[in-house]
Design a protein around this ligand. Structure first.
Ligand SMILES: [Zn+2]
Length: 224
């Protein structure tokens, strides 16, 4: 997405999410976590390939970082702001369905080498693969929301669920974080500030570490 509505410095989701993801990787690495990024530069990786990359490398956790956009136009829509974290399941609300459609639309940029090689059946199998991780994914989503609540100026839009293509193919707990609305002028400015990007990344890192500790404690260290 790009924004904001009503003018002001133009921001692009792909630049902000890459900056935050790089900072997040830094934070996690310095805490001793192995991090694999699906992209480290301004390039496009097919939605379905991102999960595959995580599976191939036997990830314990999959985190997808995004900037949100309102569904409407005009000044009322431009006021919409805040952060929310999704896990993969059937969308429960109209708003979750809208965000699902919007994020899944990125498929339209996938051509040639980027096009997914999957068959229709693999979607069903992948959905089933995610089912057993629902509880963990929900836990991680809650932890992320709790962390952001401490500093984020936008409103807490809570933990949501939707059927995201980017999460479908991963055989591990997986979440999608919408760190704010790029369509809202104040939030677009907030998200483009590198200090704020760092604060968001640090918070995401703390949540991931908190989650991993909890997860380790439950299944016992050394079994992952
Ligand atoms: Zn997105």
């Amino acid at each position: 997405m790009s924004g904001p509505i009503g003018g002001g410095p133009r921001i692009y989701e792909k630049h902000i999410t890459l900056a935050v993801a790089r900072l997040l990787a830094q934070e996690l690495r310095s805490a001793g976590v192995d991090v694999l990024m699906t992209r480290t530069t301004d390039t496009l990786i097919a939605l379905s390939d991102r999960g595959r990359i995580a599976n191939r490398n036997k990830g314990d956790l999959f985190v997808s970082v995004h900037v949100n956009a309102t569904g409407g136009r005009g000044s009322a829509a431009a006021r919409e702001r805040g952060y929310e974290t999704y896990f993969l399941a059937e969308a429960k609300t109209a708003e979750a369905s809208r965000v699902e459609r919007m994020e899944n639309e990125a498929v339209k940029f996938e051509t040639g080498a980027n096009a997914p090689k999957g068959d229709p059946l693999s979607f069903i199998i992948n959905d089933m693969a995610q089912n057993e991780h629902l509880r963990e994914s929900n836990d991680l989503a809650e932890t992320i929301q709790n962390g952001m609540r401490r500093f984020h100026p936008g409103k807490d839009r809570g933990v949501q669920q939707a059927n995201f293509a980017v999460l479908r193919g991963s055989y591990m707990p997986a979440v999608l974080v919408e760190i704010g609305f790029g369509t809202n002028p104040a939030e677009a400015a907030y998200l483009s500030d590198s200090n704020n990007q760092r604060e968001i990344a640090q918070s995401l890192a703390r949540s991931v570490l908190e989650y991993l500790e909890h997860y380790d404690a439950r299944i016992g260290p050394g079994t992952r």
